[in-house]
Design a protein around this ligand. Structure first.
Ligand code: FEO
Length: 164
């Protein structure tokens, strides 16, 4: 059985992963409306991945005999100033997620909860990859530039990064 404080952290994180999925799905809708199909399809695929993360953690909590709890999930923002504004917000959000994973992981290690620590290693590795991908995207946006037809080439480059 997990410590109550760890169950609380994991449940809070289940909500955060759910929010991440909603955030990226909402962002994909903004891109769709702006005619940015590549970015829309990348973000919509990423929203599905986040939902997978939520289910993975939900299942783990459930398997330990604790109760996973889905609380209230706040509404994501609907307006962005530009592609770089949007992806900067994605990158910042992923850094926040990494910080939270590290906090729970540290807590699990201090509590001698090696099962949860081992479970969370997958998330720590995943966060490393995600931060890297979003950093690459921000670099691409900077190199191509959003002036003139730059937006078209950015959209094409990001659309090409969708995992199949
Ligand atoms: Fe599941 Fe991108 O954090």
């Amino acid at each position: 059985m997990l410590k109550e404080s760890i169950i609380k952290q994991l449940n809070d994180h289940i909500n955060l992963e759910y929010y991440s999925s909603n955030l990226y799905l909402q962002m994909s809708a903004w891109c769709e409306v702006k005619g940015l199909e590549g970015c829309a399809s990348f973000l919509s695929a990423h929203a599905r991945e986040e939902l997978g993360h939520m289910h993975r953690m939900f299942k783990y909590v459930h398997e330990t005999g604790a109760l996973p709890v889905i609380g209230e999930i706040k509404a994501p923002p609907t307006k962005f100033n530009s592609i770089s504004d949007l992806f900067t917000k994605v990158f910042d959000h992923e850094c926040l997620i990494t910080g939270r994973i590290n906090e729970i992981l540290s807590h699990a290690i201090e509590a001698g909860d090696h099962s949860t620590a081992a479970f969370l290693q997958w998330f720590a590795t995943e966060q490393h990859e995600e931060e890297h991908v979003f950093h690459q995207i921000l670099d691409k946006i900077k190199i191509i530039g959003e002036e003139g037809s730059g937006v078209f080439f950015i959209d094409r480059a990001i659309g090409g990064m969708v995992k199949h």
